[in-house]
Design a protein around this ligand. Structure first.
Ligand code: ADP
Length: 225
């Protein structure tokens, strides 16, 4: 069974960066945003469900029919009930896709190697997925978030504010985390902290797996000198 790290944090704080570093150290990495995009790709049941709910106006003119993300965003940000309906289509699909990927990875990975997954989930706490993870990691960077986001292409101030409104405040995320990466420093500090986290995860995953076999280990104990 994989040891699952849930990587979350506010937009621009370094979730992708930390998840990539964990991937380089040996974790399987999955990105909830990417999976959400795949769920609504042309020809998918997800896109059909969204069109059934919101109408063909949320499709672009391209062939095959593609989601007009901007049109959909306008609809759901103006109407909380519409947003809930969209989330009810997308969020379960994301968690199902993650479960399938984890299952596949477990069946195909080396049995003696560490089986550790780092799942990047921006709305992990907001979707109450804490319980699905063995370790919840919050990547925080305080005020540096704004300067890092300044370089993000294609995101207006308004859409940024909307994303922020969906997310819990950083202080609350810190309270619900098992582990916090303070990513206010440079890339070197991020790398160092990712390695420290990785060492801790290897220790915890090893202890958990050893614990799973406890009855046999305990029964076999007792070879006193
Ligand atoms: P998120 O996934 O949380 O939205 P990213 O990992 O994409 O955040 O980081 C946002 C921006 O900040 C990216 O351009 C990234 O390269 C940069 N960045 C992240 N961590 C650091 C760091 N420790 N030092 C300098 N730049 C960083």
């Amino acid at each position: 069974m994989p040891f699952v790290l849930g990587i979350t944090g506010s937009i621009g704080c370094g979730k992708s960066t930390v998840t990539r570093l964990l991937g380089e150290l040996g974790a399987l990495t999955l990105d909830a945003d990417r999976l959400a995009r795949e769920i609504l790709a042309p020809g998918t049941p997800g896109l059909a469900a969204v069109v059934a709910r919101f109408g063909p106006e949320i499709l672009s003119a391209a062939t095959p029919a593609q989601l007009d993300r901007r049109a959909l965003a306008e609809r759901v940000f103006a109407d909380p009930a519409a947003r809930r309906d969209l989330e009810a289509i997308v969020h379960p699909g994301v968690y199902r896709a993650m479960a399938e990927a984890l299952d596949h990875w477990e069946r195909t990975s080396r049995p003696d190697g560490p089986c550790i997954a780092a799942l990047e989930i921006p709305l992990l706490m907001e979707t109450n997925a804490d319980a699905l993870c063995d370790l919840i990691v919050v990547v925080a960077c305080g005020d540096r978030q704004w300067e890092r986001l300044a370089n993000r292409a294609g995101m207006s101030g308004t859409s940024l504010r909307r994303v922020m409104e969906q997310q819990l405040p950083e202080a609350e995320k810190r309270l619900r985390a098992h582990w916090v990466i303070d990513n206010g420093g440079g890339p070197e500090a991020a790398g160092w902290q990712a390695r420290r986290l990785w060492d801790e995860v290897l220790r915890r995953a090893g202890a958990r797996d050893a614990g799973r076999a406890w009855p046999d280990r305990w029964r076999a104990w007792g070879a006193w000198p």
